[in-house]
Design a protein around this ligand. Structure first.
Ligand SMILES: [Zn+2]
Length: 173
């Protein structure tokens, strides 16, 4: 499988650090903090979409003295994803546009709950397979559920690294 190469030592270490376990080393961030890449804001110990947070808390640029790269942008930079969704089949070939739109909408809804849950890449793998990578394992699963709810077909779920990585296959012929 083409994704096997992503299981490097570095990748695994990074995931261990993400764990809440004994390897947890992440320091608390000063608040409010802004992500210098996407502009999301960290406040009250959670990340929020910049616009929503500003409206709710009236945070303005002057209050924000701390800049970081948020976990989602960090994953985009490093290319290390936590979820993968594979799509294929004749139905998929014929309805790619609708299917993509559904996935985009679902990802937008997921971002309301967790702005760090994002689609990273859309990779078209010949012959006729699309691989969507995500910053969180939960988002890949959520996209899989949304597909099967909307279009039926067949969905399979796989997990590894203490459930910190999810791979979802969806197909319909
Ligand atoms: Zn960011």
């Amino acid at each position: 499988m083409r994704t096997a190469k992503r299981y490097t030592t570095q990748t695994i270490k990074k995931r261990v650090d993400d764990d809440k376990g004994r390897h947890h080393t992440r320091r608390a961030l000063p608040e409010p903090t802004i992500c210098e890449v996407c502009g999301d804001i960290y406040s009250k110990r959670r990340w929020t979409r910049m616009n929503a947070e500003r409206r709710a808390m009236r945070i303005d640029q002057f209050m924000i003295t701390s800049k970081v790269v948020c976990p989602a942008c960090e994953r985009q930079r490093s290319g290390v994803h936590s979820g993968e969704l594979h799509l294929e089949g004749r139905f998929f070939d014929l309805h790619q546009k609708e299917i993509r739109r559904l996935l985009e909408n679902e990802a937008q809804r997921a971002a309301i709950d967790n702005p760090m849950a994002r689609i990273m890449k859309w990779e078209v793998n010949p012959p006729g397979q699309l691989v969507v990578t995500t910053t969180t394992e939960h988002l890949a699963q959520r996209l899989g559920h949304a597909l099967s709810k909307a279009f039926h077909g067949r969905t399979r779920y796989g997990f590894s690294h203490r459930n910190k990585f999810a791979r979802v296959w969806w197909s319909r012929n």
